[in-house]
Design a protein around this ligand. Structure first.
Ligand SMILES: [Zn+2]
Length: 505
């Protein structure tokens, strides 16, 4: 880990001792990867049968930040986020219709058209939120063979059984030697007494058993041949197949929304342990839920907000639209394990905060330097890393970045001082944390192509030349008008002894 670019401020601040809250142990643990300097991370991706939910976006943006921070710490990360394009039934009890097949029937489309349509939409939204693509984005339908092989192996080990063309995982048998419920802290006795046999579950020996393979009913469109029946894999199995294929028997981090802890992740642990004899994951990480105006989001009550509605403002639950970067900043202002409530008031506050942070950041490189700094910049930077190393505590990081912005503004107003070394370190570290780790870009710049940026540069040269002429002619009215109108348009003009500079807000 100790290499160039990993030391900040005279080599003394080191970004190590990362602690991660592990859902499995219920504690923050010092992170140690299986292979030094490398991390294998799997995150359960979307089921692509409808527009991606904002709650799902929060999960993926949280793991994007985690991925980015690990990269920033110079880990080589293999980040797998799957696409569920088959097998996710309408409820988790292995009954009902495949969500994608059902939507295909309703929209009169081929199932793969549904998958393509919503996967494209999902990628568009992730791009707007400036989320990096994962290293591999495998699909469930692309790994049917692997899922059949795992099912065969678990059957051979006696931890699954065939029933009427379907194959079920034998939870009671597994629990004899392992601990089913270890992640969600559920006791198997409570699960048994709390479960009820639903219609169509007579195939199972126990209601807790879950499908590895399901025989397809005659109307089921998505089906594949297998040794047991023409059918499809159980939903939980795909993540075991893909994480095992790309990350091995044991890997470092598995993430997802907290609603996936049970039964999905519990079943993943059981399947993988049955298959390889090893516990698959060292650190389980779960993100918390989103609420809207203090209430749970729900399509049926109308207390719902889709990403595009959040951007456009076309939704009764918010008063206007918000830029994706403001929404991302808003999400980063809450810890990933805390519940987060979307409301216009909170988003409006974030919009102001975001502008303040970005304009402070823009000032740092051009701050006038003195021989010494009036604040301890090294300590400031240590504070940034201490926050991130404490289970990716982005709200504390942002609070400390705001403290730095207050100092930057004071230096800019010549009420405080900064040395050249400290200024350059602060500029570098803040830029990297805001842009590379939090994934935040200046609003205008985030939407501009290189061509557009060049055009903007040329245009600003002309405008500032005209303003310079006005000032030379002591036409202060025109000079101020240009400055104020540019500010309204999101461009900040700054007059300094060396000349006039501008930046995007
Ligand atoms: Zn999964």
């Amino acid at each position: 880990m100790e290499k160039d670019g990993f030391f900040y401020v005279k080599g003394e601040v080191m970004s190590k001792d990362l602690k991660i809250y592990n859902s499995l142990s219920g504690e923050k643990e010092t992170f140690a990867s299986i292979v030094p300097n490398q991390v294998g991370m799997y995150v359960c991706g979307p089921t692509v049968y409808s527009d991606v939910h904002l709650g799902n976006c929060r999960t993926f943006i949280s793991f994007d930040m985690i991925y980015r921070y690990l990269l920033h710490l110079d880990y080589k990360v293999r980040y797998i986020r799957n696409i569920t394009d088959a097998g996710h039934l309408e409820n988790d009890a292995d009954e009902g219709e495949d969500k994608i097949s059902k939507k295909a029937r309703l929209e009169e489309l081929e199932p793969m058209e549904i998958v393509q349509k919503y996967a494209t939409g999902f990628h568009d939204v992730m791009r707007l939120f400036n989320a990096l693509p994962p290293s591999i984005e495998p699909t469930a339908t692309g790994h049917i063979i692997e899922q059949i092989e795992i099912t065969k192996s678990i059957l051979e080990k006696g931890l699954a059984y065939e029933s009427n063309g379907s194959v079920y995982f034998d939870v009671m048998k597994y629990d004899e030697t392992s601990n089913y419920g270890e992640l969600s802290k559920r006791k198997i006795e409570d699960l048994i007494s709390g479960s009820r046999a639903l219609d169509g579950q007579q195939e199972k020996r126990n209601p807790l058993d879950f499908a590895l393979w399901k025989k397809a009913s005659p109307s089921h469109i998505m089906r594949w041949p297998s040794p047991w029946s023409d059918g499809f894999p159980g939903w939980h199995l795909e993540c075991t197949a893909m994480s095992h294929k790309y990350l091995g028997d044991e890997f470092d981090i598995h993430g997802g929304g907290m609603d996936l802890k049970f039964p999905h992740h519990e079943c993943e642990i059981a399947q993988a342990t049955a298959y390889t004899g090893k516990k698959p994951v060292n650190y389980w990480m779960h993100t918390n839920m989103l609420t809207l105006n203090g209430k749970k989001m729900s399509k049926s009550t109308g207390n719902n907000l889709l990403p595009y509605e959040l951007f456009s403002g076309e939704n009764q639950n918010i008063e206007k639209g918000y830029h994706p970067m403001v929404a991302r900043f808003f999400m980063m202002q809450a810890h990933y394990r805390s519940e987060l409530d979307f409301s216009s008031d909170a988003l409006n506050a974030s919009e102001k905060g975001f502008a303040k942070l970005m304009s402070g950041l823009g000032l740092v490189p051009s701050l006038k330097v003195s021989s010494e700094s009036s604040e301890n910049v090294k300590q400031m930077i240590e504070g940034f890393y201490a926050a991130m190393n404490d289970d990716f505590n982005t709200p504390i990081l942002i609070a400390r970045l705001f403290d730095a912005v207050t100092y930057i503004n004071k230096v800019n107003d010549q009420k405080a001082e900064i040395s050249a070394v400290d200024r350059d370190e602060l500029a570098k570290v803040m830029q990297e944390l805001v842009s590379d780790v939090l994934g935040l870009q200046p609003i205008l710049a985030s939407g501009l192509s290189d061509d557009a940026k060049n055009t903007l540069d040329a245009t600003m040269d002309i405008i500032l030349e005209l303003r310079k002429n006005a000032r030379a002619a002591k036409d202060w009215g025109t000079s101020d008008l240009i400055r104020d109108k540019l500010k309204e348009a999101g461009i900040v003009v700054k007059d300094e002894r060396e000349g006039t500079s501008w930046s995007l807000q």
